[in-house]
Design a protein around this ligand. Structure first.
Ligand SMILES: Nc1ncnc2c1ncn2[C@@H]1O[C@H](COP(=O)(O)OP(=O)(O)OP(=O)(O)O)[C@@H](O)[C@H]1O
Length: 190
């Protein structure tokens, strides 16, 4: 569960995923507390008994019980609405390995309860487009991963290929939509 605050140009939200089996073992201790109401994450140093918690405040925080659609509705939907009005917008997930970036961004696309930011955004965009009349849209998508200073195009057939750091990714996918026809085309930017 999370309680959102007022809308701002840049929002930073934190999600703490549920502990996994290894982390729940009796010899492990929980060092992170999430206060959804205050939008705070507090961390305790496990090596120093009696040490104070260090607290950090964000636009919103999501605890282990948070649902994909709660996060989407507050953190992403307003941005997609403004993109549909013609503004630029970016959503990116950042975190250590295993912290839940893929789960949050992709989730389980075939399960409406568990699908993540990407399928929810696509649904939102294409539903809006399908309801509009006498208007043609151009939707472009690129999907890149930045890992250890290396950039890879995750939609490219050979995604082991490293990309150079440039203004635009080398390949993007362009979706040309007329009310009766949707067409994706691979396009190389050069
Ligand atoms: N909110 C969540 N609810 C339930 N399970 C979750 C949640 N977030 C992550 N998980 C589970 O935790 C594990 C690690 O998550 P995930 O693969 O998304 O991490 P990641 O940050 O993308 O890791 P990497 O950087 O190594 O790719 C997965 O098994 C995933 O299903």
């Amino acid at each position: 569960m999370s309680i959102g605050k007022k809308s701002e140009a840049v929002k930073v939200v934190v999600r703490c995923r549920p502990l996994n089996k290894k982390e729940e073992a009796p010899n492990q201790e929980r060092i992170v507390e999430v206060d959804v109401r205050l939008g705070q994450v507090s961390v305790r140093n496990p090596k120093s008994s009696g040490s104070l918690l260090k607290s950090f405040t964000f636009d919103a925080v999501y605890d282990a019980g948070s649902k994909q659609n709660e996060l989407y509705d507050y953190a992403c939907k307003p941005l997609i609405d403004s993109v549909l009005l013609g503004f630029n917008g970016t959503i990116f997930a950042y975190g250590q390995t295993g912290t839940g970036k893929t789960y949050t961004m992709e989730g389980v696309p075939t399960d409406p309860e568990r699908r993540g930011v990407i399928p929810n955004s696509f649904q939102h965009i294409f539903t809006r487009i399908s309801r509009s009349q006498n208007q043609q849209y151009l939707v472009r998508v690129s999907y890149i991963e930045i890992y250890q200073e290396e950039i890879r195009d995750l939609l490219c057939k050979d995604n082991n290929k490293k990309l150079e750091l440039k203004e635009n990714p080398e390949i993007s996918y362009v979706c040309v939509i007329n009310p009766s026809r949707i067409e994706w085309k691979e396009r190389c930017n050069s």
